[in-house]
Design a protein around this ligand. Structure first.
Ligand code: AMP
Length: 287
């Protein structure tokens, strides 16, 4: 595997690949790699001649300093995992390479309502940071296709807007389904921070979403939301339900009836003791 630590080096390498007409898949990550990441990388490898995986824990997207400092980091293990699936290229930039000046670190974009609801409302500045790092990474890595996970559905919508409407890049975005543990919990780098009891209790997220999907023909969105929040709050390890929203999958506006949109998705965030977990599931239509 080629490992690049400097933006100028990987840029030069990619310029050569592109001049040869090779297609390039790109999978940005924050490391602590797991099966969810590997599914994105395998898909990228099956659809492109070359694939770059980046690992960068982006400080500007963390709204809580303790979340940033406790974010799991396991670079040696990540390299072994990437080598085990024959990933061709890894980019491990430094903070100075991503944000060489204050202008790039402070860059802002307007995402309208997409950044005001759900994660945007509960994590001030989060999507601004996501957009800063993604726009910068795409300057360095002008990929043919960008691979993102449905696990972070609102992030997918934000990056879509960024890439196609704001930056107007000729880039295809490929959204991959959420990889789950056998009991349904969405795989996440943060899961390792759950206690044994919390890990067990966290299955309530998937169970609630699955129940919501099954009950959706029998209830209004409002009734369904009430049922889901009650189900989650019955679990003592869940300290807080930050939100459970049933929204138009395109605009992210809440729906009041099932006829409001052809694609409807339920998104949730809960807080355990120290860890915050998110998940989502389509209730109508598929992505
Ligand atoms: P992260 O390292 O958490 O920033 O995630 C990097 C990419 O992997 C993002 O596009 C995520 O949506 C995606 N991802 C993370 N967890 C999963 C999962 N369980 N299933 C599918 N994609 C995921």
């Amino acid at each position: 595997m080629h490992i690049f630590k400097k933006a100028s080096d990987i840029k030069q390498f990619i310029r050569k690949l592109k001049a040869e007409g090779q297609s390039l898949g790109f999978v940005p990550t924050m490391g602590a790699l797991h099966e969810g990441h590997l599914q994105l990388i395998r898909r990228a490898m099956s659809e492109n001649e070359q694939v770059v995986v980046s690992i960068f824990v982006n400080p500007t997207q963390f709204d809580e300093a303790s979340d940033f400092s406790h974010y799991p980091r396991s670079i040696e293990q990540d390299i072994l995992l990437l080598e085990s699936i024959n990933c061709p290229i890894l980019f491990l930039p430094s903070e100075e390479d991503i944000y060489p000046d204050e202008a790039l670190r402070n860059r802002t974009f307007d995402f309208g309502y997409l950044e005001k609801t759900m994660e945007g409302a509960h994590r001030p500045g989060h999507f601004r940071g996501v957009a800063q790092v993604v726009s910068r990474l795409l300057e360095i890595i002008p990929a043919t296709r960008l691979y993102l996970g449905q696990k972070d559905y609102q992030q997918v919508k934000i990056i879509h807007r960024l890439v196609h409407d704001i930056l107007k890049l000729p880039l295809e975005i490929v959204v991959c389904p959420t990889a789950r543990e056998v009991d349904g919990l969405a795989i996440s780098s943060r899961n390792v921070r759950l206690s044994k009891e919390e890990r067990q209790a966290a299955t309530a997220l998937y169970k609630t979403l699955d129940r919501a999907r099954k009950e959706s023909s029998r209830m209004t969105p409002e009734e369904l939301k009430k049922m889901a929040v009650e189900m989650l709050l019955q679990v003592p390890e869940i300290r807080e339900v930050e939100y459970f929203e049933i929204v138009n999958a395109d605009t992210l506006s809440p729906v009041s009836s099932w006829g409001d949109s052809s694609q409807i998705i339920a998104c949730l965030a809960v807080r355990m003791h120290e860890v915050r977990l998110i998940d989502n599931m389509f209730l109508k239509g598929i992505h």
